[in-house]
Design a protein around this ligand. Sequence first.
Ligand code: RB5
Length: 149
Amino acid sequence: MTIAIGCDHAATALKEELKSHLRGRGYDCKDYGVFGEGKADYPLSAYQVAAAVAAGEHPLGLLLCGTGVGISIAANKVKGIRAACCGDPYSARLTRQHNDSNILCMGARVVGPELAKMILDEWLNASFEGGRHQIRVDMIRKLESTGKL
Ligand code: RB5
C-alpha cells in the first residue's frame, strides 16, 4: 500500500522520520512535500494529498503541520476526505473504526516522534467497523454534498 504524505515547514523532520518508519513496516510513501525549512503554506500540501486520496490514487494519507489542525481543516474541504487530527493512539484507532478517516493529521510541535509513530501504527492497524458507523459516515457525506441534513 502507498501512503500519500505531506507537510508544511514545521513538520519536515517528522515527515522524514515517519517515512522511514512506514517503509520499515512495508508501506510505500508518495511524498507531496514540502522539503526543506523554507516557509510553506499548509493548505497547498493539504490539497495535494487530499486530492490524490479523494481521486483514489492512494487509499490513505498522512498530513503534518505544527499543530496538525490547520492542515486537517484544509484537507477536510476536499470532497470525500475525512481528515482526523490526533494527538493520542486511542483517538487514532477510533477514528478509523468509527469515522472511516482516510487522512491522519498530526502536529510536529505537539507530539514527539515516538508518540507520532504509535499514533500512526494504531491508525494503520485499525479498520472501519461499518454498521451503525456507516449510517453516520453516510450522514457526513450527505452534509458534504448538500450542505444540510
Ligand atoms: C506554521 O507556523 C503553523 O501555523 C502551521 O504549521 C500549523 O500549525 C497550522 O495549523
